[in-house]
Design a protein. Structure first.
Length: 262
């Protein structure tokens, strides 16, 4: 089990449709290996409740089978949670459910998908500290902890980004470059804006089609930009990277991963 974020990873948002498309656990694992992935990051909680990926007894059993199969294939499995904060009481409840799931499922770590902006985390530094510190205390070195939020925190001056990163071991900024002039432009801005936090950067690239929210203009653009992103990640010596997200990634994107050495 590795508590370190490294190598090439993929986010999974909704697991059931992916398992259907990939023809089950064995198919998903085979595709992950073909794409030279080091790990997958699967959603396990939303706010104070478990996500659909682990909500029912059947879903939980399937998740455990996948976790075991991925581990046997040498891939790490990290969970992720969207916290909403609001109050310290809510923050404590959110941290409790996430930590419980991580430990019960034997996951390698948890990503705090704590983002600024409408509909996301609210409550300020005290609430953020309550959530992040409760997670760190509960995990107690048995699993890793990472921050995965906006790639340019200075765009959200009132958001307690620094509080999350201070407690986390890794910083995985969402570098959604689809609408940017270039991958290098957006990644460079993210690196400069996060330099002050002094935590290892594991940038997250865009692997879906959808202009206006950081996604790419087309399947070919998604593939071309992924190739450039992987080149820059290797060139600049990041410990690893990830992509959002498996369920939205076009075939051309997967071909890039399969053809590009890890």
């Amino acid at each position: 089990m590795s508590h370190v974020l490294s190598g090439r990873n993929m986010f999974i948002w909704r697991l059931a449709p992916i398992l259907k498309t990939e023809l089950g656990v064995a198919g998903l694992v085979a595709k992950a290996k073909a794409a030279r992935l080091s790990g997958v990051w699967i959603k396990i909680a939303d706010g104070k409740g478990p996500h659909e990926n682990v909500l029912s007894a059947a879903a939980l059993q399937t998740f455990k089978q996948l976790r075991e199969a991925l581990g046997a294939a040498g891939l790490s499995v990290w969970g992720w949670q969207v916290p909403y904060g609001q109050t310290t009481q809510n923050a404590q409840a959110e941290a409790a459910i996430a930590a419980e799931l991580v430990l019960n499922l034997g996951l390698d770590g948890l990503l705090m998908d704590a983002e600024g902006g409408a509909g996301y985390f609210t409550g300020g530094p005290t609430v953020a500290r309550t959530y992040a510190q409760a997670l760190s205390t509960s995990l107690n070195g048995r699993a890793g902890l990472a921050m995965c939020g906006n790639d340019i925190p200075s765009n959200f001056p009132d958001y307690p980004f620094a509080t999350f990163v201070d407690v986390a071991q890794f910083n995985a900024p969402q570098v959604y470059y689809g609408g940017s002039p270039s991958v290098a432009n957006r990644l460079g801005r993210a690196v400069n804006d996060n330099r002050r936090f002094d935590k290892p950067l594991v940038p997250v690239g865009a692997a879906w089609i959808g202009q206006g929210d950081g996604g790419c203009a087309s399947a070919s653009a998604c593939a071309e930009r992924a190739r450039e992103f992987l080149r820059l990640v290797a060139e600049q010596g990041f410990p690893g990277c990830s992509f959002w997200h498996w369920g939205g990634a076009p075939l051309a994107f997967w071909e890039v991963l399969i053809d590009t050495p890890a």
